[in-house]
Ligand binder design. Sequence first.
Ligand SMILES: *[C@@H]1O[C@H](CO)[C@@H](O)[C@H](O)[C@H]1NC(C)=O
Ligand SMILES: *[C@@H]1O[C@H](CO)[C@@H](O)[C@H](O)[C@H]1NC(C)=O
Ligand SMILES: *[C@@H]1O[C@H](CO)[C@@H](O)[C@H](O)[C@H]1NC(C)=O
Ligand SMILES: [Zn+2]
Length: 371
Amino acid sequence: MSQSIRGILVLLVLGGLGSRASQRVAEGPEPRIYDYFKYHNMSEISGWMEQLEKENQGVITIINYGYTYEKQGIKLLKIGLASTEKKKAIWMDCGIHAREWISPAFCQYFVRQILDTYKTDEKIGQMLKNMDLYVTPVLNMDGYAHTWFNQSTRLWRKSRSPGNCGDSCMGTDLNRNFDANWGSVGISRNCCSEVYNGARVLSESEAQAVTDFVKARSSEILCFLTIHSYGQLILVPFGHPNITAPNYDELMSVGLAAAKAIKDVHGMDYTVGSSPNVLYPNSGSSRDWARLIGIPLAFTFELRDKGLHGFELPEDQIKPACEEAYAGVRSIITYAHDKAFHITTPNTAATVIATIWTVLLAVCLTSAPLL
Ligand SMILES: *[C@@H]1O[C@H](CO)[C@@H](O)[C@H](O)[C@H]1NC(C)=O
Ligand SMILES: *[C@@H]1O[C@H](CO)[C@@H](O)[C@H](O)[C@H]1NC(C)=O
Ligand SMILES: *[C@@H]1O[C@H](CO)[C@@H](O)[C@H](O)[C@H]1NC(C)=O
Ligand SMILES: [Zn+2]
């Protein structure tokens, strides 16, 4: 091998390494590849968001849509491709409950998957042309940072505002604070409770921020997904036992299709149903609120596991948990997209294509010589 060819090969190898290193989080003496299969603290996740925006201009934009009680900017990633047509949208938030660490890990994995596949996976590309994905990796930022403080705060759930009791019992359950039958069922008026619903409806700036952002786009948003753990459930509206969504049958069939997609990945069972039917009644959840303001598809995911590790899901389960949840979410957003854009299901399309091929083949076989 000549010197110059060897030199070119070395350059190619180095070039390959260089493009891999472009996934690193931050400039520094020791560039690191972002590890999606570890849990990350709030500042790492914020750094990751900025890095993704920088590396994916024209596809990812950070939108700051409110402030937490501790005055942190609440940020989402808007992911989409430019289009001259009017676009629809999908909402997904993670980390509304601080201790459910697999949830923010999933939002990050989801974004990475979309970025890694939209150029090669025609369906994902089509969806990014027609829809924007609004992904909030950590909604309850104050609470999430608190769970990283020390081992004794690891299981914090609520926001970090003082509520009505001052310092003795801080925090409101953000998922009981939305304007959906607020204060009626599955809540506590005691601010020391894990399900304290707040001093008043939307007392929490985090719940207010979601409300303002989503309400302003409610006619665009086809689907509202909110990611929790644990229990392996897909919950449909409503949490109140005495009301049923007008499209309950559709919600159930879309949820069951997602559960099947999940099971196909690693064999895990997810149960689908309304909260009172499969978990417990509740009120003031963001999912119920989204359905009440007219967003047709609204689901809560409760990711792995079923209680063995609970909120402290080991890091070696991040990958399988995210892989299966991705399949479930993909199934739902594909349904939402295809319905809105009047696209026949892949099965129907595949049948049509198969028929055309059969006819063409028959024509060829009868007219062409055998080879
Ligand atoms: C977050 O994690 C990084 C990396 O381990 C560490 O350097 C940083 O101090 C942490 N930040 C906070 C606020 O805990
Ligand atoms: C953890 O932080 C809490 C809240 O500040 C504090 O009360 C507690 O003493 C700390 N525990 C440990 C083990 O450091
Ligand atoms: C649901 O309706 C039943 C029968 O009217 C009533 O007894 C019950 O209190 C209602 N539940 C709630 C949570 O309002
Ligand atoms: Zn939760």
